[in-house]
Design a binder for this molecule. Structure first.
Ligand SMILES: [Zn+2]
Length: 398
């Protein structure tokens, strides 16, 4: 479906991404790639083409994805493919993500420059996909979590600075650090420290000098606190956080990206026998503590940004709506609060101009069949996805 340069959407309910109560019976007017204004439904509009939807939300922002992975039960299968095969997979996952309503993603770790080059190809219109904020290669300790998926092995503060500069040179816009062990790397213990506070501090100072935000993969209690004390902008996972970590979050205004779907999808499919035993064992051990701790952080006022770790086992790029559902059911957010985490808050973390519906902002919009507050599952399959004023996918040909 092709839309004219100027068109309008009559919204039964408009969720603008800020978490404010939805506005009823308003019309969003789009001109070019931006939102021109929000008008009352009975106002006379000179926009020729008018769409209608039960509910309208901003395009979703997934603050934690791995475009090279497609949710294979054994991630080692992808690791064995060639660089070209990974590029093709990443391109396919980018398209699937966009068609499901995700208009911006942050790629937190690729083997080479796939996500960076894909960002440029999408920006130039060569390929369909969301806006991508890429980290390049993740920085891990020698032999640490993520080394086997192309992590940049990093030892010592000066090497950490060099590793940041390498990502900057390659075109990365943010940096990913590995503060503790993780679930998907054989032999890595999720609770144990990996990069030191000193190494992370050096990397963060260097990244901030160049205007890049820094995310730290951190599951273990001490590693979470090391990363927060080092000055990181977001903790990814954060599953074993404690009260002292919550205080450090509050003192630093760092974000928590809880990636609830990542552990949940592994545990939900534990019995199908397709995943390596060590993966199922580690995820199962974390599951209950994850739910309890991140809920405590949310209740204590830590800023929660939506991110699913899409690409990990059974955690598909086109299923980001599941993370929104989990923020609703596990953390106790209202559907509107969960949407806010997956739009405006994630946009603030990524420092992108996206995630809010207001005059002058990019026209990234989802048209839904039903009302979000009545059933969050309506986000799973938008009737129409609009990115930058253009239709990315529409179920209705008309
Ligand atoms: Zn990840």
């Amino acid at each position: 479906m092709q839309l004219p340069a100027r068109f309008a959407i009559r919204c039964g309910r408009l969720y603008d991404g800020t978490g404010a109560p939805p506005q009823t019976n308003v019309t969003v007017v789009v001109a070019g790639d931006r939102i021109e204004r929000i008008a009352a439904n009975d106002e006379r509009l000179d926009a020729g083409h008018v769409l209608e939807a039960a509910a309208v939300t901003p395009g979703l922002i997934n603050a934690h994805v791995h475009l090279e992975f497609s949710g294979e039960p054994d991630i080692g299968v992808t690791v064995l493919t060639t660089p070209i095969a990974k590029t093709l997979l990443a391109a396919a996952n980018a398209r699937r993500s966009l068609e499901a309503g995700v208009t911006t993603v942050r790629d937190l770790g690729a083997a080479q420059s796939n996500a960076i080059e894909l960002r440029d190809a999408i920006a130039k219109g060569v390929h369909a996909g969301p806006r991508i904020v890429p980290a390049g290669r993740a920085l891990c300790m020698t032999g640490g979590h993520g080394h086997f998926i192309g992590g940049r092995e990093t030892d010592g503060p000066w090497d950490a600075r060099k590793a940041v500069r390498e990502q900057l040179k390659a075109g990365a816009e943010c940096i990913k650090l590995i503060a503790t062990g993780g679930v998907l790397t054989k032999g890595a213990v999720p609770g144990q420290d990996q990069l030191t506070q000193e190494e992370m501090h050096a990397a963060i100072v260097e990244a901030h000098t160049h205007g890049m935000r820094v995310a730290a993969h951190a599951i273990g209690t001490n590693g979470i606190k090391n990363a927060l004390r080092a000055g990181v902008d977001s903790i990814e996972h954060g599953h074993l956080l404690d009260d002292e970590a919550i205080e450090l979050f509050r003192a630093s205004n760092a974000f928590l990206v809880p990636t609830i779907a990542a552990v949940s999808c592994i545990v939900e499919r534990a019995s199908d026998g397709e995943q390596p035993d060590y993966v199922v064992r580690k995820a199962t051990a974390l599951y209950a503590a994850m739910r309890e701790n991140i809920t405590r952080a949310y209740r204590a006022g830590v800023a929660i940004a939506g991110g699913s770790d899409a690409g990990t086992p059974y955690n598909y790029h086109e299923n980001y709506a599941y993370e929104v559902e989990l923020m609703n059911t596990v953390l106790g957010m209202t559907p509107n609060e969960a949407l806010h985490a997956a739009t405006q808050t994630a946009g603030r973390l990524l420092a992108v101009d996206a995630g809010v519906i207001e005059a002058g902002r990019p026209a990234d919009l989802l048209l839904l069949d039903g009302d979000l507050e009545a059933d969050t599952r309506t986000l799973r399959s938008p009737q129409c996805v609009i990115k930058g004023g253009a239709v990315a996918r529409s179920r209705n040909a008309a």
